[in-house]
Ligand binder design. Structure first.
Ligand code: GRF
Length: 201
């Protein structure tokens, strides 16, 4: 059973979709052999109620409680490693993970990004795609490295931008694809058909 820790900062709708996909697969011919053993956040605004609904342990590690980013990262890493995850997933986690955390966890540290990397990296990918007036963007699952959305890509898919799209309408359409890519990535990791060390090599 693949043990996962997932970190969120916001509504956690992609996490909810992953939880549901894993649960729904249990009664299928191909159960996803993965379990989310803990859910962490950097802010109390994150939707940790998702975890409570499923009796999944949570942890909250807030930057404001630490003297600097490195100390916050060390505390975050300690919390993550308590659960001995096989893979840690950032799913709408809106902070750059400090180098000591990346070095300790990657390549078993993944992120989802609402663009077709290396296009539109950073925290405003959806807005940037609309402002660029391009006809398509995408969604990407990648390994986290010490850059900003520069890690090795695991899966990605193109998504059209419609002229009437707002940032919200486009982001919701992107999230649907992110959820599909993330679920398939977790399924393949559990099956062993994806080798993160090979991808990161
Ligand atoms: C996702 O699009 C993710 O790629 C981005 O923030 C969004 C998270 O949405 N970093 P949610 O919190 O899962 O609803």
């Amino acid at each position: 059973m693949l043990k996962l820790v997932v970190l969120i900062s916001g509504t956690g709708s992609n996490l909810r979709a992953l939880l549901d996909a894993i649960d729904d697969s249990r009664n299928s011919e191909q159960p996803i052999a993965a379990e989310i053993v803990a859910i962490g956040a950097d802010t109390p605004k994150a939707n940790l109620a998702l975890a409570a609904e499923r009796s999944i342990p949570t942890f909250l590690v807030q930057p404001g409680d630490y003297p600097d980013r490195a100390a916050w990262g060390d505390a975050l890493l300690e919390e993550i490693q308590r659960w001995e995850p096989d893979v840690t997933i950032l799913s709408g986690f809106m902070r750059l993970v400090p180098p000591r955390v990346v070095d300790a966890l990657s390549p078993e540290l993944l992120n989802t990004h609402p663009a077709y990397l290396p296009e539109f990296p950073g925290a405003h990918a959806v807005r940037d795609a609309i402002e660029a007036q391009v006809s398509e963007t995408g969604a990407t699952i990648m390994i986290v490295d010490n850059g900003v959305d520069t890690g090795p890509i695991i899966a990605q898919q193109r998504i059209p931008i419609h002229p009437e799209d707002t940032q919200e309408s486009l982001h919701e359409r992107i999230k649907i694809v992110e959820r599909e890519l993330l679920t398939e990535t977790v399924r393949n990791l559990a099956l062993g058909t994806i080798n993160l060390k090979e991808i990161a090599a």
